[in-house]
Design a protein around this ligand. Structure first.
Ligand code: PLP
Length: 418
């Protein structure tokens, strides 16, 4: 069957086909990535992309909202139920925009925000110096204890007492352990700050009950929708009833125009998928896989930041191997293993040429890989690292990666039990 895309734009059709083949023929270990279900994909590619819906259900600025109002209300109700919150805003186009909206809901330009420094695993949008958030707001960064890799709450409290931030941000993009959201909430309460908890990476684990939820300890929770939550690309803001109006106004009309209703319909589908025993099982397997992958890598002589993981990701510290992170990431990519180079907390190396590699298990777990495959993947990674300048070995590892992928095809709809 020739699809309309194939007929009208064979070049883009072919590129999409090649990307689908690439995603299927490589071991995808980037911890912020996943494979969405066919149901989520179908909603993403739906006619709702044609519809303007500025405003919120029941109060829009355009006519023809009979369906959009229902779709957005369903997404909101599902988010509220799943995360156990008073209010959900499902319109943010991305995680970064959701954070900016959260700051602007509770702080004015020039006010102080305080988040984890980027080289320690924080996100750009937490006020890092190259990000616009640091230009609008006075940004103060806290760091992790460089020795233990743990949050040093005495130091964070000291910094908060000194700078009296309007917003304290908890959450990270590269932290492999459980985050103590309660401690952040207590510090925020002490200095009169709003606690924004950004669970972009771990929201799938949080709804599965496998990472403590920040909901009880945070005024606002932000998340992406496409990482462990396994939905379409986007952002979401969750909050108590008292902040609902401020959050909604900050997203629209504060920062955005029309919401992406096709994305919101796909988010509704993903939230339904996440509210299931199958999803809890999936999230459990993500963590079980990460633990085995971490242990197997350490057995092969790799140093892991904090000595392991409690969640879906880990940071390989390559200083003992004397291989730059970027060089290993590129060699692994040639061997059909997709990763990203990353700074190691406390390492003075520049973010563009860091000594770390960040990997995670959400996508390969969606394909059905289990503990046994994690051991194989660890040894594939080790062989590339040990033969970093030997293209023959790298090509051989690539063939073995392909073979492994062929045994775990990207599922048609992975919520159907295999
Ligand atoms: C991924 C991520 C974001 C940003 O999400 P985008 O959708 O890429 O803008 C924000 N915060 C954290 C902690 C993240 O890991």
């Amino acid at each position: 069957m020739i699809t309309p895309l194939e007929k009208y734009d064979p070049q883009i059709y072919e590129l999409l086909r090649q990307e689908a083949a690439r995603q299927s023929a490589c071991i995808r270990l980037i911890p912020s990535e996943n494979y969405v279900s066919k149901a989520v994909m179908a909603a993403t590619g739906s006619c709702l992309t044609n519809k303007y819906a500025e405003g919120y259900p029941g109060k829009r600025y355009y006519e023809g909202q009979q369906i959009t109002d229902l779709v957005e209300s369903i997404a909101i109700e599902r988010a509220k139920k799943l995360f156990k919150v008073d209010h959900a805003n499902v319109q943010s186009h991305s995680g970064a925009v959701a954070n900016l909206a959260a700051y602007s809901a509770v702080a004015a330009p020039g006010d102080t925000i305080m988040g984890l420094a980027l080289p320690f695993g924080g996100h750009l949008s937490h006020g890092w110096k190259v990000n616009f958030t640091s230009k609008i707001f006075n940004s103060v960064s806290y760091e992790l204890d460089p020795k233990t890799g743990e949050y040093d709450f005495n130091k964070i409290e000291e910094l908060a007492m000194k700078h009296k931030p309007k917003v304290i941000i908890s959450g990270a993009s590269a932290y492999p352990r459980i985050i103590n959201f309660k401690a952040f909430g207590e510090i925020a309460a002490k200095v009169g700050a709003v606690h924004l908890s950004d669970i972009a990476h771990i929201s799938g684990l949080v709804v599965a009950g496998l990472h403590p939820s920040p909901v009880q300890f945070a005024d606002i929770v932000s998340t992406t929708t496409h990482k462990t939550l396994r939905g379409p690309r986007g952002g979401m803001l969750l909050c108590k009833a008292a902040l609902a109006e401020a959050i909604d106004k900050a997203v629209f009309p504060g920062l955005q125009g029309g919401p992406h209703m096709h994305t919101i319909s796909a988010l509704a589908v993903a939230l339904k998928e996440a509210d299931s025993a199958e999803f809890v099982q999936y999230a459990k397997q993500i963590i079980a896989n990460a633990k085995v992958l971490a242990e197997s890598l350490m057995e092969k002589g790799f140093d892991l930041f904090t000595g392991g993981t409690d969640n879906h990701l880990m940071l390989i510290d390559l200083r003992n191997k004397n291989i730059p992170g970027k060089k290993l990431a590129k060699a692994l990519d040639r061997a059909r293993i997709e990763t990203n180079y990353n700074t190691i907390p406390g390492d003075p190396a520049k973010p563009f040429n860091p000594n770390g590699l960040r990997i995670g298990t959400p996508a390969i777990t969606t394909r059905g890989m289990k503990e046994e495959q994690m051991k194989i993947i660890a040894s594939l990674i080790a062989r590339v690292a040990e033969n970093i300048d030997n293209e023959e070995v790298i090509a051989q590892v690539g063939r073995e990666s392909l073979l492994l992928c062929s045994q775990f095809p990207v599922p048609e709809h992975f919520l159907v039990q295999k």
